[in-house]
Design a binder for this molecule. Sequence first.
Ligand code: SAM
Length: 285
Amino acid sequence: MATLGIPANTIAVLQKYNFNFQKKYGQNFLIDTSVLDRIIGAADITKDDLVVEIGPGIGTMTQYLCEAAREVVAVEIDKNLIPILDDTLSSYNNVTVINEDILKVDIEKLAKEKNGGAPIKVVANLPYYITTPIIMGLFESHVPLDSITIMVQKEVADRMQVGPGTKDYGALSLAVQYYANPEIIANVPPNCFMPRPKVGSAVIKLTRYSEPPVEVKDEKLMFRLIRASFNQRRKTLVNGLTNGGIEISKEDLVKILEEMGLPATIRGEALTLEQFATLANKMKN
Ligand code: SAM
């Protein structure tokens, strides 16, 4: 039975193993059963699913995942947590713990071996210092993916969900929205964790699109345009791109913008994903 969501049980495990939190690994363990229930509910896990958990900690959410899923693979970087996980997960026979940095794990191979190449679900209370590389790594690789349901810093969840015209809109918004439909599930205050993080958190579910919502001839070019525009977000799009190493003359760029019905003075932060796609396609031509 899942027992670790209750603070007293988490404290007992930490004391038993004399565990010291490692700040560099972003260790903030969940101690709120209602938040755990919300995450598991939103992730929509069935007994057919292979779930990959990033950073199981002492195994709090892992216990819930083991009960809901067919099989769980949990990847934890901190070797001091491995004997603890052996203990807290001892009553489950459908879990494998891998002591490794998630950024070094070949998840595509893992999905092939353990799930016959069928789409996996990723669930995690993420270490916040590597949120973006983890998410982009999953999307940009060829991992067959159904959804990613994750706890992230509240501000980052907002960034993933917004569109043009807000200060949070940026390269991360566009990248996430190219690959997935983002949906904020819950806001989670610091007191739901041990130790308490300094920032607010949110659970967000990213449901992978089977086809991207826009047609792009050259994805790499579109993402170069996006990065160049937001690197110099206070400049006009024309200056941002031409100073940002994109090979096009100002005149040609202004002409393309005109064709798109956009003024030459527009900033990149005003463009939608669809407009970035159109711009990339026109430049490709
Ligand atoms: N899932 C647990 C929970 O909810 O209580 C712990 C979440 S804690 C926010 C993040 C976890 O990720 C920690 O256990 C930390 O050691 C682990 N972690 C940090 N960096 C990692 C990495 N590069 N690869 C795998 N795990 C990592």
